[in-house]
Design a protein around this ligand. Structure first.
Ligand SMILES: O=C([O-])CC(=O)C(=O)O
Length: 154
């Protein structure tokens, strides 16, 4: 994968760059793909459902309202995402099972972690346009993540 810094030098303002600092918590610090999105709040029913379905080459971006009160993904959902071909998950919220997630061959970026689980009613919105940290995440747009940060197609 091209480094995000080189990609930015090539494409410049065609790309949005996320200034918000997320932690890299998956086994793959570098990942890219097409965006799918979920908006939810302290409820990961929809996240569980989507990552248990085919996501070949895609990156799920989750706007969890930046809540760190409960985890939106752990090692079981992470393993399901690997099985289903997802390239990565970017979470504006928390995960749990940090140590296990770090061993999985998938990209995970998140604000942090909390061992407390989320509700599972399935409340939330699938594939809407998200705006987080001044970056617009459109379903189908390209996203590139590495140690330097996150770039998203406009
Ligand atoms: O089920 C959950 O809420 C998340 C979790 O712990 C896992 O994915 O292992």
């Amino acid at each position: 994968m091209t480094a995000t810094a080189d990609l930015y030098d090539e494409r410049g303002d065609e790309l949005q760059s996320l200034a918000l600092q997320l932690e890299s918590l998956g086994g793959k610090p570098r990942f890219e793909g097409r965006i799918r999105t979920i908006r939810c709040f302290e409820d990961n029913g929809l996240v569980k459902q989507v990552l248990n379905s085919p996501g070949t080459g895609e990156v799920l971006v989750i706007d969890g309202g930046s809540s760190l009160q409960s985890a939106l993904m752990g090692d079981l959902i992470g393993a399901a995402a690997v099985e289903n071909g997802w390239h990565g998950v970017v979470i504006f919220g928390a995960v749990r099972d940090r140590a296990a997630l770090g061993m999985l061959p998938i990209g995970v970026k998140a604000l942090g972690s909390n061992p407390r689980k989320s509700a599972k009613t399935g409340d939330g919105e699938l594939d809407s346009v998200l705006t987080v940290g001044s970056v617009v995440f459109r379903p189908g747009a390209g996203i590139w993540c590495d140690e330097d940060g996150i770039l998203v197609e406009r």
